[in-house]
Design a binder for this molecule. Sequence first.
Ligand SMILES: C[S@@+](CC[C@H](N)C(=O)[O-])C[C@H]1O[C@@H](n2cnc3c(N)ncnc32)[C@H](O)[C@@H]1O
Length: 317
Amino acid sequence: MPADTRHVPVLLAETLTYLNVSRFRDQDGIFVDATFGGGGHSRAILEHTGRGTKVVAIDRDQAAVGRAVPLRERYGDRFTLLQGNFADLSQLLQEVQIKGIDALLLDLGLSSYQLSNAPRGFSFQLDGPLDMRMDQKQEISAADIIRTAGVDQLRDIFKRFGEEPYAGSIARAIVKARSVKPITTTRELADLIVSLTPPDKIHRRLHPATRVFQALRIAVNEELQALVAVLESGLEWLNRGGRLVVISYHSLEDRIVKRMFRQWSDPCICPPGLPVCTCGKVPQVRRLTGKVVVPGADEVKRNPRSRSARLRAVERL
Ligand SMILES: C[S@@+](CC[C@H](N)C(=O)[O-])C[C@H]1O[C@@H](n2cnc3c(N)ncnc32)[C@H](O)[C@@H]1O
């Protein structure tokens, strides 16, 4: 495999610190890496913890199963990969008879393997079918949405999940273009968006199709619903003192994480100025990252894909 398609784990040192791996050198623990990808974070957790600590990894993508084999061979029953959606965390953990967990890691979004694989259809830089399904057993692909959604639905997707300023005109252009010829490839969709963009709005750093591709991917995989679901159930599964670390890559995800962490750490709804709390809502977590953690200039230089990463962490009380 060419070197640039390998996935380099993002914010690795920071992730290990916030997951508190050093506590598990000689203490038993269960870590859940709910976004296995290329296994970079799982491997590092296994390396930095002792024999009593197990890693249960999850990924929606069947292709991750093959990448898990070396870890299984090296670490035996300390490592398990479950293929599934982290939105179904409770069901997945019950299937492997787990009672509680000491850490949950979510490194959201796509792996380099997915992005650089043209037939998966995630990238506007590579020509491939408009697919974008993380789980290839899922029925609806990006091509289905582009083929069937009406103008209003397309505009809504591009606006809500891509914050695309030209959502309406792009939606109308898609519906018009597909009445002449179906849009089935990443190149066709990217070229259409470029053709609608005024030359003075074409920036070197952000391709005009970036936001629409992000929006479609989020819609196809129902990513924001899955994030809310895994955060809610993750909190229930964490043992006291357990850590939850989330790395997100765009503001829609980060806003959800920030809002939920704040609700859990500062749940009191009493009017300001009351001498004692009367609402009875007690904090469920302690926030470990006052300010969001971002990669340093060195990491961004070494791994440009890390540039938009944002890490937040909490500890279960
Ligand atoms: C950024 S990559 C993780 C990379 C990994 N931390 C590493 O070091 O190699 C994100 C992975 O999470 C998976 N993923 C995204 N959403 C998911 C979901 N709802 N359920 C399970 N896996 C998901 C993707 O398929 C992808 O492989």
